[in-house]
Design a protein. Structure first.
Lengths: 100, 315, 315, 315, 100, 100
């Protein structure tokens, strides 16, 4: 089993952008993502509803540092100003079979 | 007397204003919407099969023009009187040029309770009316240099849950006819008003949540949220009269014109005009116009259509 | 013969005991509860409109006193015989002074199946009965130095889903009257027993999950979970007789008294008396008393009321 | 004329193929399945109470043998002609030896619409048919050295939601009888076809998602997905004739034989034969066989049974 | 884009306390939170139901080290003894537009 | 309040294996776990449905390094080849009352 040092990006943002956001992440080099439905509160107020315009998603992307930078840059330029969004970046080990 | 289903809406508003934890689970709310949209579509489809294409086609065109016109008419008012930014004005205008299925459903309940007939292929016009206002709204905000996102927005609206269920229901009703859908009547038609009651309960809770943000955005939004539907109802009534609709049908078109979107348009605007503040349009359309229409608007538009028919209507 | 809907409860218990993966999705379980509560409230409201306030008000007061009394009566038994800690005894006592809507719904099904009439404004008493036991429970655990949390607990209970739906339904039924709610009858009344069957299926699965923790807490809880409702039913029956209720109404009040909460009270106690072990009260109220009431209790309380009326009842 | 409920299936396929965002929420889809399974079980149970055990028992045994036989017959074809790996062939074979409740439900709708009677205890045979193919599939993949996981797989299948609801419904219907379940008729029977329509809508959406993976796996799967049910229907029809079933019952057994699992078997195979590619079996059973059966298969199997009865049937 | 070193607190606990817990976190200085519904198992047994008294929530709070300490202390004093709860603390980078 | 250095394993995999996976984790020494329902995409394609055969779960296990190794090894041997799965490992502080 190989261990790879990766970046784990966690993005909490509006459910409305899910499908577009995913397409953009993939075109920036993300090979996968995991999404859960979430609720929360931040600078843009409470987003507690399961009702679409007011619900959040929590997206996790495991990728290399380079892709992480590209995604962060993209989010900064296209989302931060207008969407409820928080972006976190952490170090994580990904375990892959030796063959990968 | 107030429509009994509207009492559920008031119950929702009161519970929401008191900050009760009452809430329909998201999946149940979607279920309720799916049932309403399919029921409305199926009913419309059965009736559509009885109409001549030559009658319906002009109505379709007229209604698309009306949607675009209402958005265009709202925009300068929002910019001038309301001093909204270009993006915000465009977004609010799109909401008011489009329609609300929930308002239509309450109107259906109102008219069937009173035994007033109306052109039942109305759901086709309803589905059509969702589109033009969105296009106008995007163009108002962005000009004609529509970016990449706009294409996918158009796709998303056309293939959104709401439109697909309405049009799918219409098609099935049209193909299967009255006999064909008889076996599914208990779920879609007998339960219709009960399901509508649940929908209105949740709408009340959602509306109550808008009242807070309404306070922030001041008196203009409230005035606009009442004046605009009254103006739109006049336009819709005039159009209905001109198209030769019945009293019920004219009133329905007035109601559709007066209603403002709170599902399809917010989603489309969020993606295509991100700099528009979504709480602004929702506060107006959900916090003011939806309750206004549901509680006092529908009877007003009925009276409007009845009087218009008395004054200018044909036989 | 056993009530057919109770067979669904037994099916749930068996499936749960066999560790089947069967489960109603959370959203569906909530949906089912919402339908039951609204149906019960609506029915009660329609009947309430026919009652004199001078008849209902004393019943309301008496029932609040009964709820407090039952909790106070249970507490020393739980402390003394059961050797429970102060917090645990207070919490269990609160559960048994309060009521279970599910039990009431099964009783409604039982009485309507047999054509036995009862005072249908009972849901008002049901809603009232949720409150006093919670207050008594908190005071028993904490004394009168109620902390900050207690205020919000009171708010939360009053505005909890259950109470809001019951009272909201009552109000709507009361305002709209029988004619007004006719159009929503198919959803709320025609489907009532089918929905109750689904509810009981899930209750069976939940009950089965309690049986494990029951084993841990030993024989006292089982005895208490059977003896307490029998005692409470006596109190409720006596009160019903004294208030001049019909046989059906007396039996219903006995059933309400005998039932123990498993939704509102656990939530309230968890927040206001955190040191009380929640599995203890749930094992008793859900694992013992609910099945006991639903399977054998309701017919017993019916017999009790019938005999009491024979012996002491008026004309 | 096409069954009206099948129009919902086509609507789902079209919406899915156009990549509409339409989807039943997971909880609603489960709700719909729960209602269908309970309804089918209840109906079957009521009828079962009218049957002699001496008639039913041989049918049960015969049907278990048929399930095993169909899997065994499919396996060499999948290995030889299809060149599938051992695990994949075993998994697909298990899917086709088992049954689809959804297909059965559409057949029920087809026959009741046409007033054609059939042995209504069929749901018992349906539940039984789920099991043998799974066992055969595991043995084909693993040989008889069944590992630890296999035991828990057997448990999980027997206690899976589907089987528990079918058998639970059967038992309740059997105990309560026609009168006993009358009060829950509105939910379970009156709404049946409407609920089936929603189910088929979602099945259409799911099926559309399989069409992509179908393209990858080429023409063999498509041919197998059509030829296998036709062969199985012949086997089922012959067995029905031999068991002395009515025309309707024979056609039903043919339909059951022809149907392929897409719920219970995929789950069981995923755990017990992990190296089998799940998209392969689902593409065949959901992407080809389910639509084939629902749209054209059921009428074909009806014709088959009618002709077989003409040629070889008794009085 | 600025990177801020933050603490990420992850609290898994009983759904029953959600609304009170949130109020307390905010009064202790949390500027936001993200919640997802969860199921799980720990010292206090399995909490698998979607049924309220037996369901969990998973709360994430991104904050500075000081606020994290205050929240941890509060949870320790008011929740740990009586509620099913696990609290995790990790280092994370939060990405904020330069203006923030 | 004591701080313990732990490993946080995050496993995203097929919902179909939930009950078996949990049993195996526990027999390998995990004292608890937290699960949320998730959707996602990876090498094995999109898993977006709430529909069972195509839905994901996200499992978190907080444990010591030794148990983490055992679990990783087990997943590698029994799951990686045949199931959609990603395994992440990160360092995390768990906060426990002093008595624990
Ligand atoms: N400090 C925080 N900790 C955890 N989640 C946060 C925080 N701030 C914001 N979020 C999440 O990110 C979403 C959008 O944040 P914002 O744009 O600040 O409103 C919120 O609805 C929360 O779900
Ligand atoms: N070791 C662990 N790993 C992951 N989650 C845990 C762990 N222990 C507890 N949890 C979560 O925290 C909740 C409460 O934990 P406890 O108080 O230990 O019962 C559990 O229901 C789990 O969801
Ligand atoms: N790079 C990634 N980042 C985040 N989640 C991932 C990633 N790759 C895979 N996943 C998740 O793990 C699941 C199984 O992955 P896979 O086996 O690669 O298909 C996917 O459905 C995703 O939910
Ligand atoms: Na409009
Ligand atoms: Na009681
Ligand atoms: Na088969």
């Amino acid at each position: 089993m190989k261990r790879h040092n990766r970046k784990l990006l966690t993005v909490v943002t509006e459910a409305a952008v899910e499908s577009i956001l995913i397409k953009e992440m993939e075109s920036l080099g993300a090979l996968g993502y995991t999404i859960t439905s979430a609720r929360g509160k931040g600078r843009r107020g409470a987003r507690h509803a399961e009702w679409m315009p007011n619900s959040n998603i929590r997206v996790e992307i495991v990728c290399d540092a380079f892709t992480a930078e590209a995604i962060i840059k993209h989010l900064h330029e296209h989302y931060y100003a207008h969407y409820a969004m928080i972006v976190l970046c952490a170090d994580v080990e990904e375990l892959r079979p030796d063959s990968d | 007397m107030i429509e009994p289903v509207v009492l559920f809406f008031l119950m929702g508003i009161v519970a929401g204003a008191l900050r009760s934890e009452l809430r329909l689970p998201g999946a149940v709310y979607e279920f309720v919407i799916i049932l309403l949209l399919l029921a409305i579509g199926l009913k419309g489809g059965v009736e559509l099969a009885r109409q001549e294409l030559t009658v319906v086609l002009p109505q379709m065109l007229a209604v698309v023009a009306m949607g675009a016109f209402l958005s265009l008419a709202a925009f300068p008012v929002l910019r001038g009187l309301g001093r909204l930014s270009r993006a915000d004005a465009a977004s609010v205008a799109a909401h008011y040029g489009s329609v609300s299925v929930g308002t239509y459903a309450v109107a259906v309940s109102y008219y069937t309770n009173r035994g007033i007939p109306f052109e039942e292929h109305m759901p086709l016009l309803l589905a059509l009316l969702e589109i033009p206002a969105i296009v106008v709204g995007i163009v108002l905000a962005r000009g004609f240099s529509l970016g990449i996102r706009v294409k996918s927005v158009a796709r998303e609206v056309l293939l959104s849950k709401g439109i697909v269920l309405l049009l799918g229901g219409l098609l099935i009703g049209w193909i299967a006819g009255e006999d064909g859908i008889r076996s599914i009547t208990p779920l879609f038609f007998d339960l219709f008003k009960g399901v509508l009651a649940l929908f209105l309960l949740e709408m009340g809770l959602i509306t109550a949540a808008q009242l807070g943000s309404l306070r922030k955005h001041g008196v203009f939004l409230i005035l606009f949220g009442i004046a605009m539907p009254l103006f739109s109802a006049l336009v819709g009534t005039a159009l209905g009269l001109w198209l030769g609709l019945s009293v019920g049908g004219t009133a329905m078109l007035g109601t559709l014109a007066a209603s403002a979107s709170y599902i399809a348009v917010p989603a489309a605007m969020r993606i295509s005009v991100p700099e528009a503040n979504p709480t602004l349009s929702l506060a107006a359309s959900l916090g003011v116009t939806f309750p206004f229409n549901v509680i006092v608007g529908i009877p007003i538009y009925h009276g409007l259509a009845a009087n218009a028919h008395l004054l200018w209507g044909g036989a």
